[in-house]
Design a protein around this ligand. Structure first.
Ligand SMILES: CC(C)=CCC/C(C)=C/COP(=O)(O)OP(=O)(O)O
Ligand SMILES: O=P(O)(O)OP(=O)(O)O
Ligand SMILES: [Mg+2]
Ligand SMILES: [Mg+2]
Length: 309
């Protein structure tokens, strides 16, 4: 696997132990997310929200948020409420995406989907509950040593990334494109820039904003995250073809079955992988001015193309 070799080479060069870094950060995020939602009356909605949120995702989005805060000079504590919020938003989008009205999927994160366990009504509400909590969480849990206008900016950016100008808009065009074989590269890019890259961008930029990133920093973070956002989706499309349900924790081979236009369907697997690798290299270059401090974000960028699920 070329991407894995490149990644290992890169890790050796940088002497950065990404595996233990990710494990430690995943644990921190899991603990914070667990504490964010106590189960009270009416228990079933809190249980449904916890079911999907704590089902063991990779936590790429909150980890990106924390890593960016630290690179800019902030702390994990400052960014943790925002990191939890992005994972709540992401989980909401997966619960709703899996509903019969959208992708009608039975498995997610290695478990039955939310509606399969709790029913469609509760699954819709669990998504709504997570979404509302995300914004409440940033507003009420961001530590007092973070200037309030930074939290306000995070709330505005998350709202934009999530709404019709982001995730929701991308999902609409994605649903519209189903069953059409003549989707252009332009439309495919629109879908992925909105459905996938917008939230990844918000994770990175909001982590920076919480830590007080300058306008110039925000520009670099934006370019880094747009590149990794597209690379993430290209790899997602490849994994749908090359991985098993066991590895992915969700049904594999869905795109081929649905005859969906994807990057590998347009370019083939090898060229798609090369393109993702190029995007990651460009992303890393954007952070060169941060020197050693950029190592975690650069290593995460490489992980995004070398992951197997
Ligand atoms: C507003 C909403 C509901 C947005 C959903 C966004 C999203 C990234 C869905 C998963 O994409 P997918 O269906 O292409 O991938 P998967 O195979 O993970 O379901
Ligand atoms: O690891 P997950 O479940 O959060 O999914 P994604 O691949 O979309 O990050
Ligand atoms: Mg979908
Ligand atoms: Mg889906």
């Amino acid at each position: 696997m070329v991407a894995t070799d490149n990644f290992q080479k890169k890790s050796e060069e940088t002497r950065f132990n990404l595996a233990s870094y990710l494990k430690e950060r995943q644990k921190l995020c899991d603990t914070a997310l667990d504490q964010a939602i106590p189960v009270v009356y009416p228990e079933k909605i809190y249980e449904a929200m916890r079911y999907s949120l704590l089902a063991g995702g990779k936590r790429v989005r909150p980890i990106l948020c924390l890593a960016t805060s630290e690179m800019i000079g902030g702390t994990i504590e400052m960014a943790m409420p925002t990191a939890c919020a992005v994972e709540m938003i992401h989980t909401m989008s997966l619960i709703h995406d899996d509903l019969p009205a959208m992708d009608n999927d039975d498995y997610r994160r290695g478990k039955l989907t939310n509606h399969k366990v709790y029913g469609e009504d509760i699954a819709i509400l669990a998504g709504d509950g997570l979404l509302a909590l995300a914004f409440e969480f940033v507003a009420t849990q961001t530590p007092q040593n973070v200037p309030r206008e930074r939290a306000l900016q995070v709330i505005a950016r998350l709202g934009k990334a999530l709404g019709a100008a982001g995730l929701v808009g991308g999902q609409v065009v994605d649903l519209d494109s189903e069953g059409k074989s003549d989707i252009s590269l332009e439309t495919l890019n629109f879908i992925h820039n909105h459905k996938t890259a917008a939230l990844l961008e918000a994770c990175v930029v909001c982590g920076g904003v919480i830590a007080g990133a300058s306008a110039e920093d925000v520009e670099k973070l934006t370019r880094y995250s747009q590149n990794i956002g597209l690379a993430f989706q290209i790899i997602d499309d490849i994994l749908d073809i090359t991985s098993t349900q066991e590895q992915l924790g969700k049904t594999a081979g869905k795109d081929l079955k649905a005859e969906k236009v994807t990057y590998p369907s347009l370019w083939g697997i090898d060229e798609s992988r090369a393109k993702a690798q190029q995007l990651v290299e460009s992303a890393c270059v954007e952070l060169a001015s941060f020197g050693e401090k950029a190592l975690p974000l650069q290593a995460i960028a490489h992980y995004i193309v070398s992951r197997n699920h």
